[in-house]
Design a binder for this molecule. Sequence first.
Ligand code: ATP
Ligand code: MG
Length: 377
Amino acid sequence: MKTAVEVIRKLKAAGFEAYFVGGAVRDFLLGKTPGDFDVATSAEPDQVKAIFDRTVDTGIQHGTVLVLTGGSGIEVTTFRTETGYSDNRRPDKVDFVKTLDEDLKRRDFTINAMAMTEDLEIVDLFGGRRDISEEIIRSVGEPDERFQEDALRMLRAVRFSGQLDFSIDEKTLGSIRNNAALIRTIAVERLKVELDKIMANKHAARSIGYLIDSGLADQLPSGEIFRTDWSGFIPTPDPLSGWLYAFWQNAKDLSALTAYKFSNEEKNTIKRALDAASIEQWDSWTCYIYSSKQLEFAAALTDRNSGWIRMKENLPIHSKSELAVNGRDLMEWTEKKPGPWLKELLEEIERKIVFSELENEKDKIKGWFLNEYNRDK
Ligand code: ATP
Ligand code: MG
């Protein structure tokens, strides 16, 4: 926060207005440590760049310049409005404006539409403080208009409900019900970002309750997977744990992986964790071939056998790279050329070590190996 205050002071010293805005003000009033500090200013991007030595053009077309100070970056955005929204999702055009008020008016919810000076004075035009104390998410202005401008806001309302453990104001919720179908106009990448945040919410079940109650789930790709009993779900900061719960509860219907363009890494983790959760008979080798993360996910799904994770920790080795020998050693000992035999023998050694039938020491492995190899000849 100190560096953000310095950024504000510097902008003001240069004759511009500057404030904390958005989530940081909300979190500050909630007594939480904000994840990041966003600054809004009357200075235009070129003017911001002239004031600070080190800046990055992260979103200059939207008026955002990242100011690098000390170890961190502060996003500084020129006061702006958004006009157009002919497609319910993206402003046709971003206009810089002169006043803070106009900038705050374009923001989504009252709790996100406050500003704060560097002396911690709050600018609250829409009753954000009241809504924070009443724990309510309420649109700025007419919800119908605001959701028709940008339909993603409906999902954001649902996301904030579980992030903050707030309820959605009746009128705002009614409007989401009426406009739910507009969510179809939003790109799946943007939906995935919000759904990931919902899955990682401290009160994920509250968000998902709203997702269903508002009718949004019916409009979302693979939306039926959200309609399940979430009482057994224990949220974690990793969104995959929520997705996994949904897949597990829905007989592994994985259509969402394609629908939301999950990355290959995410797909792999999900499939492996579901596999692991289905295994009945566990032994050292099973623990060995799944990563600790995958075992953790699997244990959370099945509500049993977190012992797998301890079992994994206690294994003599945890991956091939820890083997005391490699293919080159085997070739040296046998004077044979590489071939499929190498992989087979290495895996046999690996298994023996994992099952503690052989010690992971080069000499011991060599002794066992030559004995075995000469016997087979
Ligand atoms: P978090 O702490 O979870 O990041 P946040 O409030 O900072 O929450 P962001 O998505 O980072 O949320 O957005 C920053 C601010 O920008 C919001 O507080 C809000 O004022 C504004 N904002 C973001 N997205 C929209 C949107 N789709 N429509 C209107 N205002 C928005
Ligand atoms: Mg933020």
